[in-house]
Design a binder for this molecule. Structure first.
Ligand code: ZN
Length: 304
């Protein structure tokens, strides 16, 4: 009962935050699962989930790499747990995009991190959306940025970063560990869940489709993918079929809303639909996710 109540209070406050601060505190709405901590996904790779975007990590005797940082408090929990696996400092911390649930924890991790790497627009957007106001002094930005591609040797592993254009934001990057064939997708995939479509940060369905197409071309059926968010903890990792499904969802969303507009429906009428046809089983990670997607597609199609 206590847990249920806590969960309820938590969810209510997230919704309140969403209503009071649309856009700027979106990360506070992603209260994914009860604390689930570290999970190994293969010999040297794993994920950490607690609150916000999935942290990915890679550890060998010579290298410790982290992708995304959640929040200062959960980044500390991550470090407390990962200490059992390595004594190293973080050689490189990567950010997949600027959203607070992926970058706010930079503030805590910076003391352990040799350098922070991100796509150049990630830093621009982080400054734009969080560089003023209450969180201003707690922003830590990537000091190394790239435009389209970036690569580095990690001992026996080789990492390549890609930016394929605007998708979930204007500054998304995916990180490919080439030998192990593991990719962190950031929020370009919300696996089996309605994606967060941050129009002010440049999110479009069209851009997401193109971006996912590029990923599908670059990676293969053996690639193991890590996702920023998913319908549940078991779906945080997956394979290329998840990327195809996400791409097909964005296509179906655009086609459906386009047909609804053609039949003369208003946005409010379109939002009365309970789902996008063919994607009835997507999970709403926060209340209003489905309607946000319909609205984003509506605005995208109307160029508004
Ligand atoms: Zn995001």
């Amino acid at each position: 009962m206590r847990t249920d109540r806590r969960k309820f209070v938590k969810q209510s406050s997230f919704l309140l935050a969403a209503v009071l601060y649309p856009g700027k505190t979106i990360y506070s709405m992603f209260n994914p699962f009860a604390h689930s901590g570290l999970k190994d996904i293969s010999q040297n790779f794993g994920v950490y989930t607690e609150k916000g975007g999935t942290i990915g990590w890679y550890i060998t005797e010579d290298v410790f790499v982290v992708i995304d940082s959640q929040f200062p408090d959960t980044a500390k929990h991550f470090i407390d747990e990962i200490k059992n696996k390595t004594n190293r400092k973080i050689d490189i911390l990567f950010n997949t995009h600027h959203h607070g649930d992926h970058t706010a924890g930079n503030y805590y991790l910076k003391q352990f991190a040799g350098k922070i790497v991100a796509q150049e627009n990630c830093v621009t957007l982080q400054k734009k959306f969080y560089g003023e106001g209450e969180n201003k002094d707690k922003q830590v930005y990537a000091g190394t940025t790239f435009k389209d591609e970036w690569e580095t040797d990690l001992g026996t592993e080789k990492l390549k970063a890609y930016h394929f254009g605007p998708a979930h934001t204007l500054g998304d990057a995916v990180y490919h560990f080439q030998n192990a064939n593991v990719v962190h997708m950031g929020d370009v995939v919300f696996n089996r869940a309605y994606p967060y479509m941050d129009r002010p940060a440049g999110a479009t369905a069209e851009g997401s489709i193109k971006y996912l197409e590029s990923c599908i071309d670059h990676f293969d059926k053996d690639t193991k993918f890590i996702y920023g968010h998913a319908a549940n903890d078991d779906l945080i990792t997956g394979n290329i079929d998840d990327l195809k499904l996400m791409r097909d969802y964005f296509s179906a969303l655009l086609e459906f809303v386009s047909n609804e507009i053609k039949s003369g429906k208003s946005l409010e009428e379109i939002q009365k639909n309970e789902s996008v046809p063919g994607f009835e089983n997507l999970t709403e990670r926060w209340k209003g996710a489905k309607n946000m997607n319909l609205k984003a597609a509506y605005e995208e199609l109307n160029n508004s």
